[in-house]
Ligand binder design. Structure first.
Ligand code: 5GP
Ligand code: ZN
Length: 120
């Protein structure tokens, strides 16, 4: 598994070769606003290392994957999601063709904000 896939659109976003509206960055994780939002708040959290999907995770990924899960609610609030329980957010990780995954770089959608949403 390569660190950076030169044909991957999200690897290009991490590298700054394709512009994005950044939400967060650290050594292992990157978050940016979705270009076609379903909700008032809609951003993606991705590992910087190219991993094709959630099906490719191993026990070696438990550390950053756990950090991602703890980071998500903090970023959701920072980006304008309302607090739980009246507010909250939805986290989705489409995986594979039947899971309707379109970009083959593992990403978590974080969607929230006041209803109605454009979709979902
Ligand atoms: P998937 O269907 O693979 O779970 O979701 C891929 C998501 O990536 C979609 O919601 C789509 O709008 C978003 N996306 C695709 N290309 C780009 C891009 O170039 N920039 C940004 N910010 N989002 C993108
Ligand atoms: Zn990639």
């Amino acid at each position: 598994m390569s660190v950076h896939d030169p044909n991957c659109i999200f690897c290009k976003i991490i590298a700054g070769q394709i512009p994005s509206r950044k939400v967060y960055e650290d050594d292992e994780l990157f978050a940016f606003h979705d270009i076609d939002p379903w909700a008032p708040v809609h951003f993606l959290i991705i590992p910087k290392r190219h991993i094709a999907s959630m099906s490719h995770l191993t026990t070696a990924d438990e550390g950053w994957m756990g950090r991602l899960m703890v980071l998500a609610p903090r970023l959701a609030l920072e980006q304008g999601c309302n607090p739980y329980p009246e507010g909250g957010f939805r986290m989705v990780c489409n995986t594979g063709a039947e899971g309707r995954q379109e970009v083959q770089h593992l990403h978590w959608h974080v969607m929230g904000g006041p209803r109605p949403w454009a979709r979902g």
